[in-house]
Design a protein around this ligand. Structure first.
Ligand code: FES
Length: 926
C-alpha cells in the first residue's frame, strides 16, 4: 500500500480495517472515535474519495493511493487551502474531529460546499457546534480553484511515528465573524484579542499528538471483561482458557487488585466523594462493570482472551428506579459499607443528601398571589467526547508513568499513589492534548487498572475504551426528577421557592454529593426570596454510574426552576424577562441557597441586567428565520437565566512557573490540561500581557505532574480563572524582577555583564469566589400535530467578565448551546428493563450534526471581576445550562402547554402537548 506517497512497510492483516492499519503504520492523524462509521474522525481518501477508514477493509485499499491528513499539505509544507481555512477560522476546539472534517471538506465539490450539511453528515464534532466549521467553509476558496490532489504522489520520507508537540507559531488570524454587539473594552496587548490556538497548525495537519498517538516499543494491550448482570456476586473466575491463548500475558481479577476503597471522581478533597469503589470488585453493581482485565501482545489477542474468561456469578436482586431504591426493603447496593466510607445512608441506598431551608415556605406560598407546583424529569445523556477514555502506562526505572486522557493529571497521580501505596514522586501523570472532556474526564476510569498491569508486568500497557464501552461503562449526566413549588405576589416579587430533587447516581456515588449540592445551590441562590427550601437525595441504583457533566447538575435544576418561574410569571401576567429583573440577585446580596449562612461567594461583578437586555433586544429585533409558511405552525419566544460560581467550593489550587529562555522569550509551565477549553491560548495571552511581549515569545509546557507543584485540574471552568491567575501572577513577578535587574538590552551594551536568567513562580487558590451569568433566548416554531420544534432564532448573552479571547470564548458559547440543544432535543441514553444500556452507538444516540445546529448570536456583557485574572470569569461549562428551559419556555409561549419531561423528541413533544387534548390552533383542525 502507498500511503501519502510512502510505500508501507507491512501489508494489512486479514480482516483489518484501514484505520487500524494506518495507525499501526504511524499515521496518527487518522483518529478512532466510534468503530462504526458514524463519527468521521478516521476519514481518509482512497483514490481521492473520502471514506470512513474504520469500516473500510484495509485489503481493499491495496493498489490504490491512500491519503491521510498528513499527506494533504504540499511537500514544501504549504497547507492545503482547506487546512488553511480551518486554521484561519480556528474551526476546532479539542481538534479530535478536525483531521477527518478537513479530509471530507477537501474532497467536496462546489455544489457540496453550497449545501455542506449533507456532505458533512458523517463528520461529528462535539465541541464547536459547527459554527466555526461553517466559518472555515466560508473562508475556504472554491473547490474548483484548488489544485487537484495528485493521484500518485511522489514517495517522500515517512513521518515520525511519535511526533513531538512542537511547531512554528501560527500567524495571527483576523477574526472572520462580526464582533459581538457589546464587546468588552479592549486592553492594550494580547488580552482581549482573538488570537489563534498555538496548536492550530498541528491540529489541521494531523500532527498534534493525542493520548494514544504514541508508538511505544513493546506496548501490550488491555481488554476488560465486563459484567452481564446488573447486580451479582462473583463466585469464581476461571482464567485458564484465556491464559492458554497465544499472546495473552496476564489476566487480572479481584484477587490481584488492591483491597482499597476509593472513588473514581477526582476532587481536591478526596472526602468529597463516597469511597465505594474497588479496582476489581467481588460484587458487580451494574451491567458493564469491570470484572477482569486481560493483557496481551495485541488488542485482538486481548479481546479474544477476554471472551474466554469464565465467570460464575450469584445473581442478586437489582433496583433501577431511585424512588424504589430508597424504599424500605429495596436491594442494597452498598449495605456492606461502613460510615467511614462517606455514604450518606447506605441502608437506604442514599449516596448523598442535602436539606436546608430559610424562612418558611408554607407562609410564603400562603401569601402568594399565584403559585406554581410542578414536577420535571431530566434524562440521562452522555458526554460523547470524540476521544474515548484511554491511558498508556510504562515504567521509567521504578517510576510509573501514565499518559492519560484526563482533566486532572495531579489528582489522578495522587489517587494512583494512594491505591498502590507509592510515594507521589514515584508516579508521573501527563496528558497530551485531550480530545474533549465536558466533565467526563474528571474521573479515573482507565489509569488505575493500567497502573496495576504495568506494575505487575513491568512493560508498557495501553487501554482504550470502545465507543460501546463509553456508553455502557463510562459516566453520564445524573438523571433527576425535580419538583418545584414557587409563589409570588401580584407585583411579581417571589415569596416562596422550594425544590425537591431525586438524582439517580447509578451504581457508584462518584460526584453524587457535589452534583447534588451544585444543582440545588446556584439555581436557588440566583433568586432573592425570603422563603426557600431544598430537599435532595442522590440515590444508588443498579445502573451505569452518573458523574460530572458540563454544568455539574445545574442544567437539570435550571430546567425545573426556570420552567416553573416562567409559568409563574405567565400566571401573573408578567413578562418573563421583567419577572427575572425583579427577582434576581444583586451586588451586595448574600448568596443563600439552602441555609441561613451565606456562602463563600459574592457577586463581585454584575453583567446580568445587560445580558437580559441583550437577549430581549435580540429576540425583538426581527432577525433570525421566518416561521414555516405551511399551516399548523405556532411561534413563540422564551428565555432562561443561570448563574455559576466562578470556582467550585472546597479548594482549587494551581501553581505556575515562568522563566527567561537563553535565546530570548520565556518558558511557561502550568499543570492545567488543554482539552478544547482554550487554556493553552489564554495562558500565553495572560503571560504575554504581564510581560509586555507577544504570545509568540511564550513557550507553554503543560499538563504534566513533573512540571509544577500542583494543579487541581481543569474542571468547573478553572483553567482560566484559577490556573490562569497563577500564570498571571508568576508573569507579573517576573516582569517586576526584570524591572529591578539589568535588562537584556543593557547586557547587550555591556557584553562583559552576565546576568542569571530570571524565573518566577506563583500560586492561586481560587478564592475569593464570584459568579458569572448566562441568559439564553429562543424564538421557535412548533407544530403540535407532529411534535416538531424548529428554532428560528437563538441568542445567548454571557457575563464572562473580561473576555480574554473573544473568538475562543464565543466558540465555547456556541459549542455549549449546540451540545445543550442536542441534549434537549434528541440525545438520550436508554436503559432496558434488565438494566442494560441499550444505546450503544452514535447512530442510536443522535449527536447533533452540522445541519442540525442553528446559528446562535453571542453577546458578552461589559463587566470586570476583581477575583479573576485581569477581570475574567469562567465561560466553558455555563453556556449549556439555560438552553433546555429557554427552549421549553418558548414552546410554552407558542402552544400554551408546559413541557415538563426531557428530551423534547418529536414523539414525546407530541404526547406532552396533546395529553390535555389538542392544542388550539387557528390553522389546523386536529
Ligand atoms: Fe470537534 Fe472537539 S473540535 S470534537
Amino acid at each position: 500500500m502507498i500511503v501519502n506517497g510512502v510505500p508501507a512497510a507491512e501489508s494489512p492483516a486479514p480482516g483489518q480495517c484501514l484505520r487500524t492499519y494506518l495507525r499501526q503504520q504511524g499515521w496518527f492523524g487518522v483518529k478512532k472515535g466510534c468503530d462504526a462509521g458514524d463519527c468521521g474522525a478516521c476519514t481518509v481518501h482512497v483514490d481521492g474519495v473520502p471514506v470512513h477508514s474504520c469500516i473500510y477493509p484495509a485489503m481493499r485499499a491495496v493498489g490504490h493511493p491512500v491519503t491521510t491528513i498528513e499527506g494533504l499539505a504540499a511537500d514544501d509544507g504549504e497547507l492545503h487551502p482547506v487546512q488553511q481555512a480551518f486554521l484561519d477560522a480556528q474551526g476546532f476546539q479539542c481538534g479530535f474531529c478536525t483531521a477527518g472534517m478537513v479530509m471530507t471538506v477537501a474532497a467536496m465539490d462546489d455544489a457540496q460546499r453550497a449545501e455542506p450539511g449533507r456532505a458533512l453528515k458523517g463528520n461529528l464534532c462535539r465541541c464547536t457546534g459547527y459554527q466555526s466549521v461553517a466559518r472555515a467553509l466560508a473562508c475556504a476558496p472554491p473547490a474548483t480553484a484548488q489544485a487537484e490532489e495528485p493521484e500518485a504522489p511522489e514517495p517522500k520520507a515517512p513521518e515520525p511515528k511519535a511526533p513531538e508537540p512542537k511547531a512554528p507559531e501560527p500567524k495571527v488570524a483576523p477574526p472572520k465573524a462580526a464582533p459581538p454587539k457589546a464587546a468588552p473594552p479592549k486592553a492594550a496587548g494580547p488580552v482581549g484579542a482573538s488570537l489563534p490556538a498555538p496548536a492550530g497548525r498541528r491540529v489541521v495537519t494531523g500532527r498534534e499528538p493525542y493520548t494514544l498517538d504514541l508508538a511505544l516499543p513493546g506496548l501490550a494491550h488491555m481488554s476488560l471483561v465486563r459484567s452481564p448482570h446488573a447486580h451479582a456476586e462473583i463466585e469464581s473466575v476461571d482464567t485458564s482458557a484465556a491464559m492458554a491463548l497465544p499472546g495473552v500475558l496476564a489476566v487480572f481479577t479481584h484477587a490481584d487488585a488492591p483491597d482499597v476503597l476509593y472513588s473514581t471522581a477526582r476532587h481536591e478533597k478526596v472526602e468529597d466523594d463516597p469511597h465505594d469503589t474497588v479496582l476489581l470488585d467481588r460484587v458487580v453493581r451494574f451491567m458493564g462493570q469491570r470484572v477482569a482485565a486481560v493483557v496481551a501482545e495485541t488488542l485482538a489477542a486481548a479481546e479474544a482472551g477476554a471472551a474466554l474468561v469464565k465467570v460464575s456469578y450469584r445473581v442478586l436482586p437489582a433496583v433501577f428506579d431511585p424512588d424504589l431504591a430508597m424504599a424500605a426493603g429495596a436491594p442494597l447496593l452498598h449495605g456492606d459499607k461502613t460510615p467511614g466510607s462517606g455514604i450518606a445512608r447506605p441502608r437506604r441506598n442514599v449516596a448523598a443528601e442535602v436539606h436546608g431551608d430559610i424562612g418558611d415556605v408554607a407562609t410564603g406560598l400562603a401569601r402568594a398571589a399565584a403559585v406554581v407546583s410542578e414536577s420535571f424529569s431530566i434524562h440521562r445523556i452522555q458526554h460523547a467526547h470524540l476521544e474515548t477514555h484511554a491511558a498508556i502506562g510504562w515504567l521509567e526505572g521504578d517510576r510509573l508513568v501514565l499518559r492519560s486522557s484526563t482533566q486532572t493529571p495531579f489528582l489522578t497521580r495522587d489517587a494512583v499513589s494512594r491505591l498502590f501505596g507509592l510515594p507521589p514522586g514515584q508516579v508521573r501523570v501527563q496528558a497530551a492534548r485531550v480530545g474533549g472532556g465536558f466533565g467526563g474526564k474528571q474521573e479515573m476510569l482507565t489509569e488505575d487498572v493500567v497502573a496495576l498491569a504495568v506494575l505487575r508486568l513491568r512493560r508498557p500497557v495501553q487501554l482504550e475504551f470502545t465507543r460501546e464501552e463509553q456508553f455502557a461503562a463510562a459516566t453520564t449526566r445524573h438523571p433527576m426528577r425535580i419538583a418545584v413549588q414557587a409563589g409570588a405576589a401580584a407585583d411579581g416579587t417571589l415569596t416562596a421557592l422550594a425544590i425537591q430533587t431525586v438524582a439517580n447516581t447509578g451504581a457508584y456515588g462518584n460526584h453524587s454529593g457535589g452534583v447534588l449540592m451544585h444543582s440545588c445551590g446556584e439555581a436557588l441562590a440566583l433568586y432573592r426570596c425570603p422563603n426557600k427550601k431544598v430537599d435532595g437525595w442522590s440515590v444508588y441504583t443498579n445502573t451505569v454510574p452518573a458523574g460530572a457533566f458540563r454544568g455539574y447538575g445545574l442544567s437539570q435544576s435550571a430546567f425545573a426552576v426556570e420552567s416553573a418561574l416562567d409559568e409563574l410569571a405567565r400566571k401573573l401576567g408578567l413578562d418573563p424577562v421583567e419577572f427575572r429583573r425583579r427577582n434576581v440577585i444583586r451586588p451586595g446580596d448574600p448568596l443563600i441557597s439552602v441555609s441561613e449562612e451565606p456562602e463563600d461567594v459574592e457577586v463581585a461583578s454584575y453583567g446580568l441586567p445587560e445580558c437580559l437586555d441583550l437577549v430581549a433586544e435580540t429576540l425583538a429585533s426581527g432577525r433570525g428565520e421566518a416561521a414555516p409558511p405551511e399551516p399548523g405552525w405556532l411561534t413563540g419566544t422564551g428565555m432562561a437565566v443561570t448563574m455559576l460560581d466562578t470556582v467550585p467550593p472546597g479548594g482549587h489550587y494551581s501553581h505556575a512557573r515562568i522563566a527567561e529562555r537563553p535565546g530570548g522569550g520565556y518558558t511557561l509551565w502550568v499543570g492545567t490540561p488543554e482539552f478544547g477549553n482554550g487554556t493553552s491560548t489564554v495562558h500565553r495571552q495572560l503571560a504575554a500581557q504581564a510581560l509586555g511581549t507577544g504570545v509568540d515569545q511564550i513557550d507553554l509546557r503543560q499538563s504534566d505532574t513533573d512540571l509544577v507543584r500542583h494543579d487541581t485540574g481543569a474542571y468547573g471552568s478553572t483553567g482560566t480563572v484559577v490556573a490562569g491567575l497563577a500564570t498571571l501572577r508568576a508573569a507579573q513577578k517576573l516582569a517586576d524582577l526584570r524591572t529591578a535587574q539589568p535588562l537584556a538590552d543593557e547586557r547587550a551594551a555591556d557584553p562583559a555583564h552576565e546576568r542569571k536568567l530570571l524565573e518566577a513562580e506563583a500560586t492561586s487558590d481560587g478564592t475569593p469566589r464570584s459568579v458569572s451569568f448566562n441568559v439564553q433566548g429562543f424564538r421557535v416554531a412548533v407544530r403540535p400535530a407532529t411534535g416538531e420544534i424548529r428554532i428560528l432564532q437563538s441568542v445567548q448573552a454571557a457575563d464572562a467578565g473580561t473576555v480574554i479571547n473573544p473568538g475562543q470564548c464565543r466558540g465555547q458559547v456556541e459549542g455549549g448551546v449546540a451540545q445543550a440543544l442536542g441534549a434537549a432535543l434528541y440525545e438520550h441514553v436508554d436503559i432496558d428493563a434488565a438494566g442494560r444500556v441499550s444505546t450503544r452507538t452514535f447512530r442510536q444516540y443522535h449527536l447533533p450534526q452540522f445541519a442540525d445546529v442553528p446559528r446562535t448570536e453571542v453577546h458578552f456583557a461589559v463587566s470586570r471581576d476583581p477575583s479573576g485574572p485581569l477581570g475574567a470569569k469562567p465561560m466553558s461549562e455555563a453556556p449549556f445550562n439555560p438552553v433546555a428551559p429557554a427552549l421549553a419556555n418558548a414552546v410554552r409561549d407558542a402552544t400554551g402547554r408546559r413541557l415538563t419531561d426531557l428530551p423534547l423528541t418529536r414523539d414525546r413533544v407530541f404526547a406532552q402537548l396533546n395529553k390535555a387534548g389538542p392544542v388550539k390552533n387557528p390553522d389546523i383542525d386536529l
